[in-house]
Design a protein around this ligand. Sequence first.
Ligand SMILES: Nc1ncnc2c1ncn2[C@@H]1O[C@H](COP(=O)(O)OP(=O)(O)OP(=O)(O)O)[C@@H](O)[C@H]1O
Ligand SMILES: [Mg+2]
Length: 303
Amino acid sequence: MNLKINNVTKLFGKQQALDEVNFSVNRGELLGFLGPNGAGKSTLMKIITGFLPATSGEVYLDNHKVSVHLPAIRRNIGYLPEHNPLYIDLYVKEYLEITAGFYGIKNKKQYIARMIELTGLGDEQHKKIRALSKGYRQRVGLAQALIHDPQVLILDEPTTGLDPNQLEDIRGMIRSISREKTVILSSHIMQEVEAVCDRVVIINRGKIVADGSIAEVKSGQLQGNQVVVAGFDRPVHPDQLMVLPGIKDVVWGTDAWVIESDGSGDIRPVIFRFAVENDLVLLTLQERQQNLESVFHQLTKTD
Ligand SMILES: Nc1ncnc2c1ncn2[C@@H]1O[C@H](COP(=O)(O)OP(=O)(O)OP(=O)(O)O)[C@@H](O)[C@H]1O
Ligand SMILES: [Mg+2]
């Protein structure tokens, strides 16, 4: 199923938590949703899952308005909310049985057994949720989100509180199930988003500030500071490069020119044409990737 967030705005009194948010996620896509504290991630996830109404705008699931077809749409959405609210007086298995019952699942036993295995809850399944450690509670939250085999998964910081071994397992699990599902995962861990997601959307103060593949976002083009390393077969004077359109800075690196764009667009075609026009052979033309963390800082830093 395809998810489309269309011009969603959310006001809490005077405070604007979301400001005309637009993006789409397609089936088979695993989208990392990043943003600093208070940026609006959880608010948008609540709107997508129908737990909170938007002030204006609409969320569509395969062209059906979520706000209109909510009961039917809930069967297709798995949601792990922030803070993972659970009924702590229930036993793990009992809780999953109730959740499965809520979705009207037929082979309940089979589904529950599969979820327990998938989330590594085997040894804890007969305990009360109250007695579980934080990481195990998180696994119960994931199990309830996945139990009805939903087509769309909305996971609000799914790996909080997991130990490094479990992190690997759960990330692997999310990655493998995402192949045939539509997944949005919010996180504060850049490394996680890089390791797991294909695409990233960054939100800051309710506004989308980046949306692209991990490589696109890391290229710096979105922040207007693309850096390209270029090497030619003959010496070139930096002034020749400085006069080219879209170029802000040129310095000599170890064995090639390091050229920074002024943010007006991709400068690689400009450098390529310069080489052709000057009968130079281009030995290197490579966009320098920044790390996601520094891109995140640049896009979300407060003045
Ligand atoms: N029920 C509410 N009433 C009033 N303001 C709210 C409510 N829910 C959220 N907000 C405000 O909306 C803004 C966005 O909050 P949200 O929880 O969506 O941020 P977030 O990106 O999930 O942050 P975090 O990374 O800390 O989880 C915040 O300023 C928050 O205080
Ligand atoms: Mg949140």
